[in-house]
Design a protein around this ligand. Structure first.
Ligand SMILES: CC(C)(COP(=O)(O)OP(=O)(O)OC[C@H]1O[C@@H](n2cnc3c(N)ncnc32)[C@H](O)[C@@H]1OP(=O)(O)O)[C@@H](O)C(=O)NCCC(=O)NCCS
Length: 327
């Protein structure tokens, strides 16, 4: 049996912090509303000129260094993102060039906020099949570039950042990804989409005037799907591996809203002490959310070697996913 083990993890967030207080001078909102409805206190915003591939490459450099894997031995790069540098070439190819990973195949995955777990699932399959020995999996998004800072119902939620994991083949023990579970349900673009800039609505002066290049979201409708599907997909992973919720050492859910996290944990009977939360610092960083949280959980000692870690996420599509990892 080949396991794909996370041999190195890293993350990167831009330095500039945008606090709730600062947002109050931009839109009609309050720290009290944002904190009580979302749990978010601040988020990071990339300075002009910084791109998603920069965030991805910075996170990946840290992950590769910690893994001890030679850059020349990385054979696959997958970037989960909904904010690529350009529609094409892929951000993964741009990262390949920035990091000099000459021996890798590279492509992007569009799965909304579950982009990292989708990418992990694909890389895991390549490694378990014996096709590749080392893969670089990245989740990175620069949501501030597609956020309408006149729309208070969305602009308070999102931030910029990314994380990366090196996956390596392991045949010696059972450390690694035990399973991944990915699901989609089309037909929900009425509740979450970026309407313009694609083939349906190419960029014109009118699409720019209409603010159609920004995220459009019906938050309260999405909230209900998020709690249901995050709970279902976590349960699926636990059952698939013959485990019980109490066997999981740390649950690292998508960091979108503390109320979604708490409602999901409650339905799963997870005490909050075993749930990792950093949404207050970064808001929702989409594909960056899970790998940033995993990196912080490792660095702070919340994840230790041998721990069972459950991750799950949901986003545009709808697309949702989970995985259990023996760390
Ligand atoms: C967006 C979200 C925080 C809104 O919380 P909510 O409890 O559903 O609030 P509603 O959208 O029902 O809005 C309630 C009221 O607050 C107001 N409001 C919305 N944003 C506000 C803000 N930033 N500041 C102050 N008031 C705000 C609304 O206008 C509404 O006022 P009304 O009742 O007078 O019409 C929540 O629905 C959410 O997190 N959804 C999931 C979003 C998500 O995770 N998306 C990413 C992909 S998973």
């Amino acid at each position: 049996m080949i396991y794909s083990q996370i041999t190195g993890i890293g993350s990167y967030v831009p330095e500039k912090v945008l606090t709730n207080e600062e947002l109050c001078s931009i839109v009609d909102t309050s720290d009290e509303w944002i904190t009580s409805r979302t749990g978010i206190k601040e988020r990071r915003i990339a300075e002009a000129g910084l791109t998603t591939s920069d965030i991805a490459a910075n996170a990946a450099r840290r992950a590769i260094k910690r893994s001890g894997v030679s850059p020349m031995d990385i054979e696959l790069i997958i970037v989960g993102t909904i904010t690529p540098d350009m529609i094409f070439p892929s951000t993964a190819c741009i990262v390949q060039e920035k990091l000099g990973l000459k021996n890798a195949a590279a492509f992007d995955v569009s799965a909304g906020c579950s982009g990292f777990i989708y990418s992990l699932s694909i890389a895991d399959s390549f490694i378990k099949s014996g096709r590749y020995k080392n893969a670089l999996v990245i989740g990175a998004d620069l949501l501030s570039r597609i956020t309408d800072y006149t729309d208070r119902s969305t602009c308070v939620l999102f931030g910029d950042g990314g994380g990366a994991a090196v996956l390596s083949a392991n045949t010696e023990n059972t450390r690694g990804i035990l399973s991944t579970h990915i699901h989609s349900e089309g037909g929900h673009d009425n509740i979450l989409k970026l309407p313009a800039g694609g083939s349906l609505m190419p960029a014109t002066a009118q699409t720019v005037n209409n603010l159609d290049h920004y995220i459009k979201m019906k938050g309260s409708e999405l909230f209900k799907y998020a709690v249901k599907y995050l709970k279902d997909v976590a349960e699926e992973a636990i059952k698939f591996n013959g485990l019980k919720p109490e066997d999981i050492d740390l649950f690292v859910p998508h960091q979108a809203n503390i109320r979604i996290i708490e409602a999901t944990a409650k339905k799963l009977c997870f005490p909050m002490e075993r749930v990792f939360v950093n949404v207050e610092k970064y808001g929702n960083t989409s594909s960056g959310s899970i790998p940033i949280a995993l990196d912080e959980a490792c660095v702070s000692g919340r994840i230790k070697e041998g721990d069972l870690v459950l991750i799950d996420a949901i986003g545009a599509g709808l697309a949702w996913a989970s995985s259990i990892i023996r760390w």
